[in-house]
Design a protein around this ligand. Structure first.
Ligand code: EPZ
Length: 459
């Protein structure tokens, strides 16, 4: 198998095994391979017997939405890159496979990823790799910025909205790229290095901000991004790139100034903790009741989420990189939760906070302002007995005293996490299928919850 057909993953017990890519040519040759892969991915499910309070402590995983752009940034570096605190997720493996297909060897030992210092030998990313996740699109900025051309198909990812990439493309064009769009793909090239440009985003898009940064760090001249996204994951990307020699000012502000340099060297970097996964386990404890301790987190990243849990009646105490969370009596409803860009309430937390509020005393209103199709978990919650009405961007959750176990399917990554949270607080047995969506963002979710006393198994 060619190197990019597999990545070497060492388990915590230092046992070496390959994560087969089952690359397209293998699957095409053996249609059974396609069926087997598809079957394996869809039949896995979580069985949860709810009603048990959670108690114990967990150490938080590294952030998916930080490691993915930083893996793309590794493609820009001449030299080896070592990333610590990387989460073991299917999306992480997918990003490593993209790097492999570009000619960069990767290894994953315990929670450390190493990307070798070879150059980029390929500038086209295959459709099967692009379709594995949304954030594959940020490899476009990195490969174009490094080599002057890149061919990709449109990215895959959770079906939470149309998720166009018009801002990405218009920015790259401003930097001198010639972009040819055809069918499901696009080809970009620039005569020599990209040129710095002044770019204003009509919306502070996370992905567009990341793509522009990745395209600009090796470009000629200065790039200014107005109305840039300010999510902590973007700050992590900026800190990584600075450690590799990039010149970027304005981190954590909405205005970034990037002074292009000739080359970037490798470095060793530790990925930030995952704030959304942290909020997820808080929601699980809120839904089931319990007292949990979350270590290796960054409470400052949760300033818009913690107050919501406190209004629900939960106790949240933070000390350095630890959160002490407890939930006892029936939760209070929340008048209105509006999802916003950072530092507002994150859209990624909407599904599992809604799950926790299904048994609250009163009605809670959600307004989903970021994605147009991000209530796909409501069907599963209703099957558990939740009383939820959805009208466009607005969802009204009327709290009921009890939820009951049901069979449902994870519609997407965070919707799946919401169904898990609700099932933990429901009476009886729930089966949640399509666990592959949950595995995109949660490292061993059933092991973590079992360690907190939940009755949950993967079958
Ligand atoms: C990132 O997605 C995250 N994904 C998402 O997390 C997160 O929900 C989202 O940012 C918002 O915080 C990763 O980081 C891998 P956007 P992204 O570009 O970059 C519109 C999860 O669960 N838009 O900020 O795709 C777009 O349609 C995932 O971990 C355009 O119109 O988000 C959306 O409505 C889900 N044109 C809004 O902006 C563009 O060119 C926000 O999208 C780009 C975006």
């Amino acid at each position: 198998m060619a190197v990019h057909d597999r990545i070497i993953v060492k388990s915590r017990l230092n046992r070496r095994f390959f994560v087969p890519n089952l690359s397209p040519n293998i699957i095409k040759r053996h249609s059974i391979g396609k069926k087997v892969k598809g079957l394996l991915l869809t039949v896995q499910k979580l069985i949860i017997n709810g009603g048990k309070r959670l108690r114990g402590e967990l150490s938080l995983q590294g952030a998916k939405n930080a490691v993915l752009p930083i893996l793309a940034a590794a493609a820009l570096c001449d030299g080896e890159v070592t990333l610590k605190n990387c989460p073991r997720l299917s999306d992480t493996y997918a990003a490593m496979r993209i790097l492999n297909s570009l000619g960069r060897k990767t290894t994953f030992e315990a929670n450390t990823i190493t990307v070798d210092g070879a150059g980029i030998s390929e500038t086209q990313i295959s459709e099967s790799l692009m379709r594995e996740m949304r954030s594959s699109v940020i490899f476009l900025g990195a490969v174009l910025g490094k080599t002057g051309n890149c061919k990709i198909s449109l990215p895959g990812g959770c079906d939470i909205g149309a998720r166009p990439i018009d801002m990405h493309i218009s920015a790259l064009k401003k930097m001198g790229a010639v972009v040819t769009e055809s069918g499901a793909g696009l080809s970009c090239e620039s005569a020599g290095r990209l040129k710095g440009a002044e770019i204003s985003l009509f919306f502070p898009s996370v992905g567009a901000t990341e793509n522009i940064i990745l395209a600009a760090v090796l470009s000629e001249g200065v790039t200014v991004i107005h109305n840039a996204a300010r999510e902590p994951e973007i700050t992590d990307l900026i800190y990584f790139l600075r450690k590799c020699g990039a010149q970027i000012e304005g981190a954590q502000t909405g205005s970034l100034v990037i002074n292009g340099v000739e080359r970037l060297h490798g470095c060793e970097y530790e990925i930030m903790p995952d704030r959304i996964v942290c909020a997820t386990y808080m929601a699980c404890a809120a839904a089931a009741g319990g007292d949990i301790v979350i270590r290796n987190c960054r409470p400052a990243h949760l300033t818009a989420v913690t107050p919501v849990f406190e209004q629900m009646g939960c106790a949240v105490h933070s000390l350095k990189n630890t959160i002490y969370f407890s939930s006892g009596k029936r939760l209070n409803a929340i008048d209105i939760v509006r999802t916003m860009v950072y530092p507002g309430f994150p859209t990624d937390a909407q599904a599992f906070v809604m799950a926790a509020l299904c048994k609250a005393d009163g009605a809670s209103v959600f307004v989903e302002n970021i994605f147009e199709n991000r209530y796909r978990h409501v069907g599963g919650l209703r099957r558990m007995g939740a009383d939820i009405q959805v009208e466009g961007k607005v969802a009204v959750v009327k709290g009921t005293p009890r939820l009951f176990g049901a069979n449902c399917s994870a519609p997407d990554l965070r919707g799946g996490a919401g169904l898990v949270a609700a099932a933990l607080g429901a009476e009886g047995r729930s089966e949640i299928s399509s666990v592959r969506y949950i595995d995109r963002g949660y490292e061993a979710i059933e092991a973590t919850l079992s360690s907190l006393g939940a009755d949950i198994v993967r079958v």
